[in-house]
Design a protein. Structure first.
Length: 338
């Protein structure tokens, strides 16, 4: 049986669906029964409601060791997708607890239960830092601890260290570092929130760029890596590098709404994140624009996907084509109400 953590999120729910379609037996953990509704809604969106009933759900928390005791019974492989994604500095402690300590717990249980293989979903945020003269980020780019990194990036990098510890102790592992993950069903977080904002009339755009990948391509590469003999390696999972302006315009056109028309220059977002910090401090509100987020909106570093394409002979689908498909799902979900 296969264990999936984070099955109530974008990646985990799509992974579970793909595994079930491949006739695998899947056990998934959840913390709150209300979160399962999102996964069920996603299966309904794909007209796969019957498959949803095959999931074996167990209430557990990756930061609560006793709750994990029963989870690993009769498990032979693990996909660790659970994580906290936040660029709010106020969440530093939670990021470390969930992403680093939680991952350490999963590794320890994998070792104790002699799990065959573990796949960990990291992030391009945990990649290294380009040196002077370098132009392309890849799996070998070294992390520079003296450079500024968001708390989220540090937590994912720390989680990877726990995965490598597991490998040193005899656990077979693979790490995937996806870029921005596009997919339907989770419209209030991640890239889903981007689609929602465009639909609601997003005014601003930047001229930065980053690597994007469809959630389907991500889970396909994860499954292929787990079925392969590959061990102790990490892989960047992106389809291509795309400019934010290009993606936003594509989404807007697909939703038949106005494209963002105001260019947010670097100095504007720099002022913006400082004002947001003042506002969140005075009113105890959630950060909407952190320093890390503001800087990422203008970054144009190229990210390489050559390693995964070469080792798996994998062909990615077009980012812009898939973004149009996600927009169709958004309109479908809004119309149907589920």
């Amino acid at each position: 049986m296969i264990l999936v953590t984070g099955a109530t999120g974008l990646v985990g729910s799509h992974l579970v669906l793909h595994l079930l379609e491949n006739k695998e037996n899947v056990r998934a953990i959840y913390r709150n029964s209300k979160t399962i509704a999102k996964t069920k809604s996603l299966f309904q969106l794909y007209n796969k409601a019957a498959e949803f009933e095959r999931i074996e759900w167990i209430c557990a928390d990756i930061t609560d060791v006793p709750s994990l005791e029963l989870v690993f019974e009769n498990i032979n492989s693990v996909y660790h997708c659970a994580a906290l994604i936040s660029f709010d500095p106020k969440d530093e402690d939670q990021l470390r607890k969930i992403n680093i300590e939680g991952t350490a717990n999963i590794v320890n249980f994998c070792l104790a239960n002699k799990i065959q293989k573990l796949c960990y979903v990291s992030s391009i945020a945990a990649l290294g830092d380009l040196k002077e003269g370098e132009t392309v980020l890849n799996e070998e780019t070294e992390w520079n601890s003296e450079k500024y990194h968001s708390d989220y990036a540090i937590s994912k990098y720390g989680a990877e260290i726990e995965i490598w510890r597991g490998q040193q102790e005899g656990l077979e592992v693979v790490i995937v570092n996806p870029g921005v993950i596009l997919g339907p069903g989770f419209w209030d977080s991640g890239s889903g929130e981007l689609f929602t904002k465009v639909k609601n009339g997003l005014s601003f755009y930047t001229q930065g760029a980053t690597g994007f990948v469809s959630v389907n391509d991500l889970v396909k590469t994860m499954i292929q890596l787990m079925k392969s003999s590959i061990n102790g390696e990490r892989f960047i999972i992106i389809a291509e590098n795309i400019g934010f302006e290009t993606l936003l315009n594509t989404i807007a056109k697909s939703l038949a709404v106005k494209s963002p028309s105001v260019y947010a220059k670097p100095w504007m977002t720099e002022i913006g994140w400082r004002l947001d910090w003042i506002s969140s401090t005075l009113f105890f509100s959630k950060r909407k624009l952190s320093r890390a987020m503001a800087e990422s909106l203008h970054r144009t570093d190229l990210i390489s996907n050559e390693k995964i394409k070469t080792q798996l002979d994998f062909e990615f689908e077009s980012t812009l084509k898939y973004s149009r498909e996600v927009a169709v799902y958004l309109k479908k979900q809004l119309f149907s109400g589920f």
